[in-house]
Ligand binder design. Structure first.
Ligand code: DUC
Ligand code: ZN
Ligand code: ZN
Length: 493
């Protein structure tokens, strides 16, 4: 029997901790050797990939992906299911996704929702996967199910401070945080002030301002940073970790950094749309701007983008996710165009489904920007994600005998023929990308999951198989948790 199933030689291996010239040996889906370049020369292996000096990293982990969801964020349903969404992920270098299992307000159980979401994903995924419960109704029953969720390998959930279909008030948020603390669950919070958004929407509509660009006006930065600050206060009150998702406002970044500097377990996520788009992208002729409508919206200009980059560089942000929430553009049944009619030829911004596709472009966009040190890039897009969501070191690392052999191999720097992105190059079930026309000088050359090549850009392209992806039972976060530990004690107040 061959000593290895796969050897990756001649790569510049980058993890969150180290960068060096190593060869990697893989056997039975696991990393078994990471040794000095050339050490595995001549070793018996079923296959050898010569990385030719290209970067070799742990596969991307994208923990913010909306797949096969009903209408929750305006009219329309998400275009990708577990098959097409994870197909797109692997072609962009992402080897694990965590998608949402959404509990509608009308449902009081979370376990039923989990069961349904398992059925949607089972035998359909190209990448490994897990779920966050999206809690729309923290009923007594739902709160009582958190302990079982942990037994089922679910260690995170998401709650919303806006959206009619999902919004929780502060007292419901406290209920969730207290139970999450007891069970070692990480809560992701969508922080936007619903009343400010609704008030601004009314102001705009009273003035007959309906075009897509007014979506950004109706979701001002203050709505985000007020809610982010409030979420931090609620988290501090219960003394429980939270992750503030898709941060777009530099003022919110300041609140987060201040909380972190007081030792609070406040984690933060941002997404490529806040690094590469601005509100100008919503101000395109006709309905075109609807393609870039998401919440929070891309902010005013380069100074806002710079504020997010600084937070990535200085350590304030924990993770970069895609918030892949795909709606087809030219689709009047489930997509962005559901809002067009004779009376409103450019629709009404308040009904346009919120979300952009991006699971396949997350890694390449961020790497091509060349703003992050390479180890920090791996930390933000893979290692920290795995730590935060209880998957490390199985995922997000290259530890011999421990880590799954999930790897992305890039082109040797300067060797890939630069190209302009066209939607036809992508593998989602969406008819556009917000990033079409952008130039890329890097793209994943190979994606490998548990030792199997699933993406070979210069060969047959997608070579992975639907159903290869496995459900991952997760542990609690391995990042710092509450400061006190033990029971939350009301006598301390
Ligand atoms: N934001 C979006 O743009 N879409 C999905 C949900 C969200 O929070
Ligand atoms: Zn959100
Ligand atoms: Zn989202």
């Amino acid at each position: 029997m061959a000593r290895f199933d796969l050897i990756i030689s001649n790569g510049v291996v980058i993890t969150a901790e180290d960068l060096g010239q190593y060869d990697i040996g893989i056997k039975d889906g696991k990393i078994v050797k990471v040794v000095a370049k050339g050490s595995l020369k001549g070793a018996e292996s079923k296959r050898v990939i010569d990385a030719q000096g290209g970067y070799v990293m742990p596969g991307g982990v994208d923990a913010h992906v909306h797949l096969e969801e009903p209408p929750l964020f305006g009219k329309g349903s998400t275009a990708d299911n577990f098959e097409t969404g994870t197909r797109s992920a692997v072609c962009g270098g992402t080897t694990t996704v965590i998608a949402f299992a959404p509990q509608p307000k009308t449902e009081d159980s979370l376990l039923d929702v989990l069961k349904e979401t398992h059925l949607k994903a089972k035998d359909n995924c190209y990448s490994d996967y897990s779920f966050h419960l999206l809690v729309g109704n923290p009923s007594e029953k739902a709160l009582g199910e958190f302990a079982t969720l942990r037994e089922e390998g679910i260690s995170s959930l998401k709650i919303y401070m806006t959206y009619e279909a999902l919004r929780l008030n502060d007292s419901q948020i406290l209920d969730v945080l207290l139970e999450a603390r007891k069970q070692g669950i990480t809560t992701m919070v969508h922080t936007e002030n619903d009343d400010i958004i609704n008030w601004m929407t009314k102001q705009l509509e009273n003035r007959k301002l309906f075009d897509p660009k007014y979506h950004a006006t109706s979701h001002p930065a203050v709505a985000e940073f007020e809610a982010a600050y409030r979420a931090i206060c609620l988290s501090e009150f219960i003394d429980v970790p939270i992750l503030i998702v898709h941060v777009s406002s530099p003022v919110a970044v300041k609140h987060i950094r201040e909380a972190q500097s007081r030792g609070l377990p406040i984690y933060a996520e941002t997404c490529p749309q806040y690094l590469f788009l601005t509100k100008k992208d919503l101000d395109k002729p006709g309905f075109e701007g609807a393609k870039c409508i998401c919440s929070p919206p891309p902010r005013d200009g380069p100074e806002d983008q710079e504020g997010i980059w600084i937070g990535l560089i200085d350590g304030t942000f924990t993770v970069i996710s895609s918030d892949h929430c795909p709606f087809r553009f030219d689709d009047s049944v489930n997509g962005k165009k559901t809002v067009l009619n004779e009376e409103y030829p450019n629709g009404r911004f308040k009904y346009i489904p919120n979300g952009c596709p991006g699971v396949e472009t997350r890694l390449s966009l961020t790497l091509n920007a060349d703003r992050l040190e390479l180890k920090r890039f791996v930390e933000l897009t893979s290692t920290n994600v795995a730590k935060l969501y209880g998957l490390h070191p199985q995922k997000g690392a290259l530890v011999p005998e421990v880590s799954d052999a999930d790897i992305v191999i890039w082109y040797p720097p300067g060797e890939m023929e630069e190209f302009e992105l066209d939607n036809s190059m992508l593998h989602h079930n969406v008819d556009y990308s917000p990033y079409e026309g952008r130039k890329f000088a890097q793209w994943p050359r190979f994606t490998i999951i548990r030792g199997e090549v699933v993406w070979d850009r210069d060969g047959e392209g997608l070579v992975g198989k639907k159903g290869f992806g496995k459900f991952l039972k997760r542990a609690s976060s391995s990042l710092a948790g509450s400061r006190q530990g033990g029971e939350w004690d009301i006598n301390e107040f």
